[in-house]
Design a protein around this ligand. Structure first.
Ligand code: DX5
Ligand code: ZN
Length: 218
């Protein structure tokens, strides 16, 4: 299985976001992960669509928006317009998840569901036929640099089994506390996309070495 690396811009130098996008593209990243926080669903506030749109022309990599917001239906189209090929919404914020996913697909973007550490794998079972990606949180969302929650691995395996049984081409991404030490178990459980913030942007030898270490760890 080919494993992709999606550096999280949350850990980038916010005074130089464009340069940071270019630097991870040169370093071999496979996609750019934008952590969008509204200060309500999570106690932190980050990138608006204009920030994402300003960085869009600088690199060829796919952009994905991870929406940690209480109003994903209102905000999702703005991030598609900003140039995100994929929009990921939390199951916990969507009482009408089927409708919300449908609306994203209708824009032409890829859609995906994110589940928090406490949210069971079964919460995606009825929408597996309409999604392109599942993101299993390996920390509680809101901040970078948190400790990886290893007990989530059994859920990663359960989601992998659901994806394989569906016969569809669905990415299984993990996000939070991913390093060269934690990635092997997450990938062994079935993940094929690794979001990494601190491990990429905080590496003392730079993002290229960081990405190489992540790729060769799995
Ligand atoms: C957490 C975010 C993550 C986070 C990952 O709310 O969704 O993408 O930035 O950061 P690290 O890799 O530092 O745990
Ligand atoms: Zn994220």
């Amino acid at each position: 299985m080919v494993v992709e690396i999606a550096p999280s811009m949350l850990a980038a130098d916010c005074s130089r976001l464009g340069d940071e996008c270019r630097s991870i593209a040169e370093a071999g990243a496979h996609r750019v992960h934008w952590d969008v926080m509204d200060g309500v669903f999570v106690p932190n506030l980050t990138f608006g669509p204009d920030v994402v749109a300003a960085c869009r022309p600088l690199v060829d990599l796919p952009f994905e928006a991870h929406l940690m917001v209480v109003k994903p239906d209102e905000l999702a189209p703005l991030y598609v317009e900003a140039g995100c090929e994929t929009v990921l919404i939390h199951a916990e914020t969507c009482p009408h998840l089927h409708r919300s996913l449908d609306a994203i697909s209708e824009t032409g973007a890829r859609c995906g569901v994110v589940i928090n550490p406490h949210t069971p794998a079964s919460s995606i079972s009825e929408v597996i036929g309409m999604i392109d990606e599942v993101l299993v949180m390996t920390v509680n969302p809101g901040f970078g640099g948190q400790r990886y929650i290893a007990s989530v691995e059994s859920k990663i395996a359960a989601v992998r089994a659901m994806i394989d049984a569906s016969g569809r081409d669905i990415d299984l991404e993990v996000d939070g506390g991913i390093t060269a030490a934690t990635a092997p178990a997450a990938v062994a459980a079935g993940a094929n996309v690794l979001v990494a913030g601190s491990a990429v942007f905080g590496h003392s030898e730079g993002p290229a070495i960081a990405i190489k270490e992540l790729v060769s760890s799995v």
